[in-house]
Design a protein around this ligand. Structure first.
Ligand code: C2O
Ligand code: CU
Length: 425
């Protein structure tokens, strides 16, 4: 099968096209569904070749670039990605960050597969379900390799005329949008509805926004119900994604990542530089409430995820380990669930730093922060920024059997102990 390709002109990405939308919804999986479909002709077929090589700011590439190519699919598509490791010394995998794939396709070295050695390959197959903005990255020695460039964007949605993809990444001190530093420009006619799909692949939270009033239309690959127009910045967790939408004004507008010095002018002319306001959108009260499809008051399991730190040795040097309920990985007891459970988790952080917490294979809904219940649209997340001295209550349905990582996406923190698993028993 030859993937249909869009023009590679799109902000430096090659774009692999998908077939027509099949309109699949997320299905509850059973223990029989630990892998994606092994048979059937893929609608999207991509080969990604990983190399350890210097290219612009990157030290690792996929098909010769970093970020790797944009993979595009539509809901219902069967996606097949072949990872070939040409020269990555430590081995490589592909994890589909935010896509709730079957466990066997999750790409976690040492858990769901062995890292692909140099000369090896691995085929991932999964059905694209929930439309949205996602990314992929290697999950072997991730704190070094992701920083060096082994990642790329994946979008499950048809391409629209106003789509702009902004993958934000810092390579060795150089912050970029789609691999390029400085100011860029996307030419769009006045009146176009622009949708900026923002992906934060860094280890730190990033303030982003548009220079014109905009709406937060999707968070972590889930549409927001009743998004209102805001003139604030949006604080995007490390690993998180947000879709910002606005109609292009006659004078153009700017997408800003941190400061105007790293921005994309969007419109018929180059818009004036603009800095982001200090205030940020609070998702706890943004949008319109709507039923979430299960009752978190009737939880089958309740867990505490207390994040702290304690002294220990790191690479033979005295240092501080991050801890979960007093233990560091791998001494942290796993969170055990049964298929179909409604799970409630309280994440309390008194560690002195913020942590973007990422749960694989599931989307959780935020119930409260510091005891204040959510009053806005259901806030579905796979990567939740938990600030120091903050407590979040989240809930999710255990509908995707397997062994799933639950870790900090400030990736050096994960390798310093802030990592555990959710395990179906
Ligand atoms: Cu994006 Cu376990 O990671
Ligand atoms: Cu952390």
């Amino acid at each position: 099968l030859v993937p249909s390709t869009y023009n590679a002109a799109e902000m430096g990405h090659a774009d692999y096209g998908g077939g027509p939308s099949g309109g699949h919804e997320h299905h509850h999986r059973s223990i029989a569904d630990l892998t994606g479909p092994r048979t059937g002709t893929p609608d999207v077929a991509v080969t990604l070749t990983a190399r350890q090589e210097r290219k612009d700011f990157a030290t690792y590439t996929l098909n010769g670039s970093s970020p790797g190519p944009l993979i595009r699919a539509e809901s219902g598509d069967l996606v097949e990605v072949t990872l070939v490791n040409e020269s990555v010394q430590d081995g490589a995998t592909l994890h589909w960050h935010g896509i709730d794939v079957p466990n066997g396709e999750d790409g976690v070295a040492g858990v769901t597969q062995e890292a692909v050695p140099i000369g090896g390959r691995h085929v991932y197959r999964f059905r694209a379900e929930e439309g949205g903005t996602y990314w992929y990255h290697s999950h072997q020695v991730s704190s070094e390799v992701v920083k060096g460039g082994l990642f790329g964007p994946i979008v499950i949605a048809p391409k629209t005329p106003g789509e702009v993809i902004a993958t934000i990444h810092t390579y060795d001190g150089k912050r970029t949008i789609n691999g390029r530093a400085g100011v860029q420009r996307v030419d769009l006619p006045t009146g176009t509805t622009a949708r900026v799909r923002v992906i934060n692949t860094d280890n730190a939270i990033l303030r982003v926004g548009l220079s014109t009033p905009y709406r937060v239309v999707a968070v972590d690959g889930r549409e927001v119900d009743g998004p209102t127009t805001v003139t604030r910045a949006y604080a995007l967790a490390a690993g998180g994604r947000v879709d910002l939408e606005a109609v292009v004004p006659a004078g153009g507008m700017r997408f800003v990542a941190g400061t105007s010095a790293l921005s994309v002018g969007i419109g018929p002319v180059d818009a004036q530089p603009a800095e982001l306001p200090a205030e940020t959108v609070d998702l706890l009260s943004y949008g319109t409430p709507k039923p979430i499809g299960f009752d978190p008051a009737k939880a089958d399991r309740r867990f505490e995820y207390r994040i702290g730190r304690r002294p220990g040795f790191l690479d033979g040097m005295p240092g501080l380990w991050w801890t979960i309920n007093g233990h560091k990985f791998p001494d942290v007891p796993m969170f055990m669930v049964a298929e179909g459970d409604v799970v409630r988790m309280t994440i309390a952080n008194t560690s002195g730093q913020a942590h973007p917490m990422h749960l694989h294979g599931h989307h959780a809904v935020v119930l409260s922060r510091n005891g204040h219940p959510s009053t806005g649209a259901p806030w579905w997340t796979d990567t939740l920024e938990v600030g120091n001295d903050e407590t979040y209550e989240i809930a999710f349905v255990a509908d995707n059997p397997g062994i799933w990582m639950d870790h900090c996406h400030n990736l050096p923190h994960a390798s310093e102990g802030l990592m555990t698993h959710l395990m179906y028993a």
